[in-house]
Design a protein around this ligand. Structure first.
Ligand SMILES: Nc1ncnc2c1ncn2[C@@H]1O[C@H](COP(=O)(O)OP(=O)(O)OP(=O)(O)O)[C@@H](O)[C@H]1O
Length: 886
């Protein structure tokens, strides 16, 4: 194996192992365990269940772990081989998933490989495995049970130190599970091949029945059963009904409004019910400038792969998909999972939203549905009793008025805590926390008992059903009620006086009325099959419904939650602050106060975006996913702390950014930070463009020479390349100085001695205090030349004067001048000078702080001038006041 944990030699390791087995799981990991964890995985601590599991494995005990998505199951089976310096064999059902994991491990310098049945370099990989080159070997269940696989496994058992057998997605073993794979059934023979090696079975979902099946099939011996629970505290659940203003408007509920644009707050999956819906929605989003792709089973394998790749590589922000987009999405930073249309069961829903926020950061799970979705789902699923029950359960979830998290946890028979609204939990809790008004205080049209009078609308609906003889479905009745002139209605119905009697209410409203009437036993549903095979539900009158049409009985009931959301809301009292956005929800937990100014935040975000770009470049070069290089959190932290050296990076101890990544990618990120820090200072060229020196111009040819100098050529080389004299190039560069090109004085043959002497000569000629901006152009060069030593050239004199001119101009504009190294002095010096003018004699300055150029100016005897009126504390000394400030 070519990875080493060099601080531990093998003797020490044996001693350590003894200590490990003697240590109890409760006493927690030792410093050595944590050292390995940080070095290879970049984590500071184990999550509680992780350590329990890892301890059991190292104690040679079998484990069956049921841990929620994103809990960190992989670490449980990846860690033991790095710590024990052995090999772990992982059986996993999906090649794509294994490829991702192998890539991620390789990036972190943990040697890993993958063996599948249909693989090109099988022989080479097998050779390398047997030469102990890999710490983690991924293998498909099919390969495992083939002849070649069995032979390899036996050799591995004889020749290598196998420390663990891991069965990932272990629910595939059970026909009771939702993804049964027959090849998983044969995995029990691993026990015979590796009798003394501990086995771990991991899955995110397993009922008690499936769990029993796993233990039995894999022949686990007295396994430690660990269940992390189903709760995903970082997920925020929200549900909205489609409002009828178009799909984009609906989706804005799941978006954020930033800089006059609606955006998704990060990588997003939008699930739709049908392929057609995915395509329509994708088109709408594309037209609104969202980078998105569609994914469904009707696309070719290549198209699906491309869409998947573009999403995981951050080339598109949104994937609009059917549930075909599922297993094998390892992307940890998905910020939103949106169901545009209801899911078909609570199980599928929770599995789908489980793909959000696997990195542990907040993520949103938003459902935007319409009651019509259930009919579409019924048509797709065929309407078995099991499917019908599943649909009822998800509908209950969508319409519940209790905490949605609680609903889910109760559904999975998981532990539920106290029944009170919580922060950052779901839209229902948020509503309760921030708006504790009763329904009648909140919505219009409710009586003091919170009831709504549906009598009039109920009668309209029932009359419509009667008119159609109870033979039609909901859609037809609603078309009629809302005054449609569609040819789906016969002419007599289009012209009927009742046509349009309910046009002042929305489609969604009428769907709710139908539901209420069904629940009240006034309507009955019956499945009808058309000759085309399509089924629909006909709604007909019951006796109770019939008698309600002409009776005086009122339908005065508390409205179901679906209706409430359609009622007009009364304005909230000022003190009631309403939000359903988790990101905006204030937390009572202690949050560090952000003391950044808006400019600082903008700078940090600009750096963050550049770090993201750098990550994309690195990932493209390595052909891996960006999140494998560094997580968003790591980059966010870098943009906050702005490390300057590799040592700084190490000190930051960034979660999930281990030593291997620091060494591989640290320099690239540090480069971005260094560039940004410099860039944050306004570029002198930009300042001079906006506030040009008076009476200066620059030719195109001069610009070319300046650019060539910037590209690294010397003055001589530029002259040779352009076929002109050095003097010509010098004149180009001198004009460039006045436009902010950072030409070094030394490049034009000006030493510090030259500079000081020229400034002295200038001062002698013009006299203090200098008014450089006014003075430079009027200076006679021949006079200057006479005042300088004879070997000084005109170009040297012009260079220093050009610098002095820019320098003073910038000082007047209150900019600093770090780009002009030769004239680099801090603002403190200038301010000191300003202060001295305003408040008395200048402070004695330490020589090392002073810029010789400025000293030369400042040290000259004062000249009497008419004092300029003081404008502000920041007023400049008169000699620095430019002619014109734009
Ligand atoms: N001890 C830890 N400390 C901090 N982060 C961790 C720790 N263990 C795992 N993680 C992080 O948690 C995230 C999810 O880990 P992992 O992919 O192993 O989850 P999982 O349980 O296998 O999820 P899934 O069911 O989706 O496959 C990863 O970003 C991983 O780096």
């Amino acid at each position: 194996m070519d990875f080493e944990f060099d601080e531990i030699d093998s003797k020490a390791l044996e001693d350590l192992m003894e200590t490990v087995t003697k240590t109890s799981a409760k006493s927690g990991p030792s410093p050595e365990h944590l050292k390995v964890l940080t070095k290879f995985f970049g984590h500071k601590t184990f999550r509680p269940k992780q350590w329990e599991i890892i301890f059991a494995i190292m104690d040679k005990r079998d484990v069956c772990a049921i841990m929620s998505t994103g809990y960190g199951k992989s670490l449980c089976f990846q860690y033991p081989s790095t710590f024990l310096k052995g090999v772990t064999l992982v059986v996993s059902p999906l090649i794509a998933l294994m490829q991702d994991q192998v890539l991620a491990l390789t990036v972190s310098n943990i040697p890993a490989c993958l063996l599948g049945s249909a693989q090109n370099e099988q022989r080479k990989v097998i050779e390398d495995i047997l030469q102990n080159k890999y710490s983690i070997v991924y293998i498909t269940p099919e390969f495992c049970s083939g002849d070649l696989g069995l032979e390899l496994l036996k050799k591995m058992a004889q020749q290598l130190k196998i420390v663990l057998i891991a069965i990932d997605e272990a629910h595939c073993i059970s026909s009771w599970g939702h993804d049964f794979r027959s090849q998983y059934r044969n995995l029990g023979n691993l026990r015979q091949i590796f009798p003394r090696v501990p086995v771990i079975a991991v899955t995110a979902t397993a009922t008690t029945r499936v769990r029993g099946d796993i233990v039995k099939s894999l022949q686990l011996r007295d396994p430690l059963i660990v269940c992390s629970g189903f709760d995903r505290p970082n997920l925020y659940f929200e549900v909205y009904q489609r409002a009828g203003g178009g799909a984009f408007k609906d989706l804005t509920k799941a978006m954020v409004y930033e800089k006059s644009e609606w955006k998704f707050s990060g990588p997003t999956i939008i699930y739709c019910i049908t392929r057609r819906q995915t395509e329509d929605l994708c088109e709408i989003l594309k037209n609104c400038g969202v980078r998105c792709r569609v994914y469904h089973a009707g696309l070719s394998q290549k198209e699906r792969q491309e869409a998947h790749e573009e999403f995981v590589r951050d080339k598109v922000d949104v994937i609009v998909a059917t549930i075909a987009f599922g297993m094998g999405i390892d992307k940890p930073d998905i910020r939103n999972v949106i169901h545009y249309g209801s899911s078909n069961s609570v199980e599928s829903y929770y599995q789908e939203v489980g793909r959000a926020g696997r990195d542990g950061l907040p993520a949103r799970c938003v459902t935007i549905y319409s009651s019509g979705d259930f009919q579409i789902l019924r048509n797709i699923s065929g309407g078995s009793v099991k499917k019908e029950t599943a649909l009822r359960q998800i509908e209950d979830y969508l319409t519940t008025r209790k905490c949605r998290r609680r609903f889910i946890l109760e559904f999975f028979e998981d532990e539920v805590g106290e029944d009170k609204p919580k922060q950052r939990c779901c839209d229902v809790c948020t509503q309760k926390l921030y708006d504790n008004r009763t329904d009648q205080e909140k919505y219009e049209g409710l009586d003091e008992k919170g009831r709504y009078d549906f009598t009039e609308d109920a009668k309209k609906f029932l009359k419509t059903v009667a008119l159609f003889g109870g033979k039609c479905g909901l859609t037809t009745y609603i078309l009629f009620l809302r005054g449609s002139q569609s040819t789906r209605l016969t002419e007599d119905k289009r012209k009927h006086p009742l046509n349009g009697c309910g046009k002042d209410q929305s489609e969604e409203w009428w769907k709710c009325i139908a539901k209420i009437l069904t629940a009240e036993n006034c309507l009955s549903e019956k499945n009808q099959k058309l000759s085309s095979g399509f089924t629909y539900q006909a709604l007909s009158l019951t006796n109770k419904g019939q008698s309600m049409i002409n009776g005086s009985e009122k339908l005065l009931i508390p409205p179901p939650s679906t209706v409430l959301t359609l009622l007009k809301q009364k304005p909230a009292k000022e003190s009631v602050w309403l939000t359903t956005r988790p990101v905006n929800t204030p937390s009572t937990s202690k949050q560090p106060e952000n003391t950044e100014t808006p400019e600082e935040i903008e700078q940090r975000m600009s750096l963050y975006r550049k770090l993201l770009d750098q990550r994309t470049d690195i990932a493209a070069k390595l052909d891996c996913m960006p999140y494998m290089v560094a997580s968003n959190t790591v980059l966010m932290e870098m943009s906050k702390c702005k490390p300057k050296t590799i040592a700084d990076l190490r000190t930051l101890n960034l979660e999930g950014f281990p030593e291997a990544k620091i060494l591989k990618f640290g320099a690239a990120f540090l480069g971005v930070i260094a560039r940004q820090l410099k860039l944050n200072k306004p570029k002198i060229r930009e300042i001079l463009l906006q506030n040009p020196l008076p009476d200066v111009s620059m030719t195109v040819t001069a610009e070319v020479s300046c650019s060539m100098l910037e590209s690294g050529l010397t003055v001589g080389e530029i002259a040779a390349k352009r076929g002109v004299t050095v003097g010509t190039i010098a004149s180009h560069l001198i004009s460039g100085i006045k436009f902010g090109f950072p030409v070094k004085m030394s490049e034009l043959g000006v030493s510090e001695e030259h500079r000081d002497a020229i400034i002295k000569a200038y001062r002698g000629l013009v006299g203090p205090p200098l008014s450089p901006v006014l003075g430079f152009n009027s200076v006679r060069l021949s006079e200057m030349k006479e005042r300088c030593p004879p070997d000084f050239t005109f170009d040297q004199i012009k260079t220093v004067l050009a610098y002095l001119e820019v320098r003073c101009h910038l000082a007047a504009l209150n900019f600093d001048y770090e780009e002009f190294e030769d004239f680099n002095f801090s603002d403190v010096d200038l301010k000191t000078e300003m202060k001295s003018e305003e408040e008395g004699p200048p402070l004695k300055r330490e020589k090392k702080d002073c810029d010789p150029c400025v000293d030369a100016i400042l040290d000259s005897p004062p000249r009497e001038v008419k004092a300029e009126p003081k404008k502000s504390k920041k007023a400049l000394p008169p000699w620095l006041v430019p002619k014109k400030l734009s």
